[in-house]
Design a protein around this ligand. Structure first.
Ligand SMILES: *Cc1c(COP(=O)(O)O)cnc(C)c1O
Length: 233
């Protein structure tokens, strides 16, 4: 697609890749330690296809109603990352197209995803990350202290899921360095029991440098790639 929108996304992608590379250099990390997940919510399937043509094969969505039709309209080689709050009654749908769910924060959701992944007859287990609440606010999504380990153990024991690691969003008004430092500590603790669960999904358009300095392996970047979404998008 040699159109103006593709050129715009290509430019934004170069800027984001340069930011990731420079943050990795500053942290003494290799640039290929960090995977860019392009968050495509509110943007059309055509933009996802443009990203794929530019080599971005990891895409993130936060609503099943939007992601399911988009996934079926896009190239099959894409890996769909589900990053939003997930209702248990949507687990079946998400398990049919997602490679990994970043937002697993309750035992009931682990059970629903296990059931869904079994029924979907997947070739590979569904990846799952424990979403961590960094401020222990139970109302905003994410598992609070004490629940994190239980959710991780339950994912690890699931026949249809693979425990990949942890995910968090820096709480509003927090210094991102403090938030991501806390997440790194949670990850280190989890890896004592589950050494392969080494993903740290952290960092968005505004705070990816801080996240990478604290060990992020997957940055989830939307607006810096595709433009500002309308409010509440
Ligand atoms: C929307 C969203 C992002 C991307 O945010 P940007 O600021 O647009 O980069 C990352 N993570 C989650 C969980 C999101 O909902």
């Amino acid at each position: 697609m040699g159109d103006a929108r593709t050129a715009e996304i290509e430019h934004n992608l170069a800027v984001v890749r340069a930011r990731v590379a420079s943050a990795c250099r500053a942290a003494g990390r290799a640039a290929d330690e960090v995977t860019l997940v392009a968050v495509t919510k509110t943007y059309p399937a055509e933009d996802v296809t443009r990203l794929a043509s530019l080599g971005v094969l990891d895409v993130g969505e936060n609503r099943d109603q939007e992601a399911a039709p988009k996934a079926s309209a896009c190239p099959a080689e894409l890996r769909w990352h589900f990053i939003g709050q997930l209702q248990r009654n949507k687990a079946r749908s998400v398990a049919s197209y997602a490679s990994v769910v970043h937002s697993v924060d309750s035992l009931r959701l682990v059970d629903a995803l296990t059931d869904a992944a079994v029924r979907a007859g997947r070739d590979t287990p569904l990846g799952a990350l424990v979403q961590v609440s960094l401020d222990d606010d139970e109302h905003r999504g994410g598992a609070v202290t004490g629940i994190i380990e239980q959710v991780a153990e339950s994912i690890a024991a699931s026949p249809a899921l693979t425990l990949k690691g942890v995910m968090a969003v820096a709480p509003l008004g927090w210094d991102p360095d403090a938030a991501f430092e806390r997440l790194a500590a949670v990850s280190a603790r989890l890896r004592i029991s589950f050494p392969d669960a080494d993903w740290i999904s952290a960092g968005m358009s505004d705070d990816l440098e801080s996240a990478i300095s604290h060990g992020s392996t997957h940055v989830r970047v939307g607006s810096a790639l595709l433009g500002n979404r309308p409010p509440l998008g």
